[in-house]
Design a protein around this ligand. Sequence first.
Ligand code: BJW
Length: 233
Amino acid sequence: MTDPSHIVILTGAGISAESGIDTFRDAGGVWENHPIEQVATPEGFAKDPELVHRFYNLRRAALSTVEPNAAHIALGRLQDAFQGQLTLVTQNVDDLHERGGSTDVIHMHGELLSAFCTACDHRWEQRSDLSPTTPCPACRTAGGPRPDIVWFGEMPYQMRRLEAAVQSCDLFVSIGTSGAVYPAAGFVHLARTFDAQTLELNLEASQGSAAFDEARHGPATQLVPQWVNSILS
Ligand code: BJW
């Protein structure tokens, strides 16, 4: 293909796996020990907020023990050097893209280091633990705060901006995601409808592989720097 002028990159848990953050659906992944309906739905939070806070407190604390890997760093380098437009959207709730040098990252499923108040909608940076009695820093409602994570049945963030970007890109690249969760899993189809080239970089064939023009399989720390070098050369 000719050199792309607008690249949309969608990342998932696989890009952070080699940094030591568990994926969701692989063997030994997050969902193996924590049923989705308990920790990743509004109903689960309403039923047992203590359990849900404990789950996210542990994952938030674990962020300080991990570092961005060669794949995050390569995408930061790409954003710096690429002459065209680049939209980086992640389903991940970690901060490894930012620490790897990327800016303006769209976290469509929220962020571990953010919280918001269910009583007044105030949103803030959250680095310490939350509990069912934590007061909102704005309205003081005890138990108002919740993790700023998009749970099943909730609307992912910035959907209009994302759909517009996918519709206007000429290259859509999906990295380290199983293609099991919508609406992100539908982006490849939207991109193709609007005539973009599509590329999957994943450890192995994903649920969505067949929808891509090209799929390369292997660890993100190898595939992503190689692909970035090819775009910048
Ligand atoms: C490597 C690697 C290495 C490993 N190198 N690769 C029926 C049909 C269609 C849709 C629905 C349906 N029923 C319900 C829905 C909607 C639902 C949904 O999609 N459900 C599916 C289960 C079917 N979606 C929603 O509810 C979403 N909201 C919504 O749809 O709103 C309505 C709407 C309407 C119209 C327009 C827009 C919206 C919300 C979804 C929220 C997802 N939230 C989670 C949990 C967050 C909590 C937390 O973090 O704890 O987000 S789910 C979880 O999955 C997390 C992830 O972001 C997301 C995606 O997972 P990801 O990243 O793909 O990880 P894995 O583990 O699945 O895959 C890892 C991949 O990496 C694998 O392929 C490995 O091979 C690979 N890998 N090591 C490269 N080293």
